[in-house]
Design a protein around this ligand. Sequence first.
Ligand code: NAP
Length: 294
Amino acid sequence: MSATVIDGKIFAARLRAAVEAQTAKLKQEHGIVPGLATVLVGLDPASEVYVRNKNKTAEAIGFHSVSYHLPESASEAEVLARVEALNADKSVHGILVQMQLPKPVREAAVLDTLDPAKDVDALTPTNAGLLMSGRAQLVSCTPMGVMLLLKEFVGDVAGLDALVIGRSLLFGKPAAQLLLAANATVTMAHSRTRDLPGLARRADILVAAIGKPELVRGDWVKPGATVIDVGINRVDAGGGKTKLVGDVAYDEAAQIAGAITPVPGGVGAMTIVCLMRNTLIAAALQAGLTPPPV
Ligand code: NAP
């Protein structure tokens, strides 16, 4: 058996077109241009690429887009002052502070300062709490992207056994909450979990967000399961080159699974578009409007 490949690029393109159309409508009908501000601190090359792509996509969709790049030596007070200025800026509806932050800057201090209404990554305690209460309007981008893919490929997940490997604030925890809200029976696993392969073999939906190249092997996969690989790992490809692989051994798992996301081109393709979706929703909500249907 060979699994159906879940091509995130196709769904991302469709969602992007919808966001673009609703952005034009918001501008035409209400004179509102969604604004996204990115804040990058330090010199991490991967983060620079992510932020550049976010700004480029925002501009292409028709958003007002601004970016701030603070030096590696920036103090926590300087970062918080930038966030406070953006909280007060009426042309900015969404603020994305790129994590990981250099050591002296506490992530919690940044998230406690960020206005939850502009928290388009949905990482603040307010938005995490609203998600748990079933009242979230802004949902963390990658978990939202995963749920949209599952909706397309699985449909109703009610009653299915879902295993989420990884319990980060950025992905694992919100993903588990969303699956639970959709009535899946959710198990969360992490580095202290016993018998991870055994748990994985019971999962109808297997979600891996670990950050360990190809940790999940083919014989961990239940025949016919849907495998969602969130991991992005750069590994040696020989000859001085590198390549990206996920947290799942793709070639092995694709023999057993019913459907599987590739890396790259699976979940990752959805994340940036979901960020744009959140910014559009945030702009509408801040103007007292009903969020557009995207
Ligand atoms: P993270 O904060 O480092 O969390 C990793 C999680 O994996 C932790 O909960 C950790 O457990 C668990 N873990 C580590 N080793 C394990 C093992 N041997 N067995 C079981 N669990 C283990 O990472 P993250 O931010 O969630 O990201 C995870 C991966 O997804 C990374 O590769 C990242 O690049 C990728 N990612 C991709 C996107 C995208 O757009 N596609 C977005 C976000 C993240 P403990 O809690 O016990 O330490």
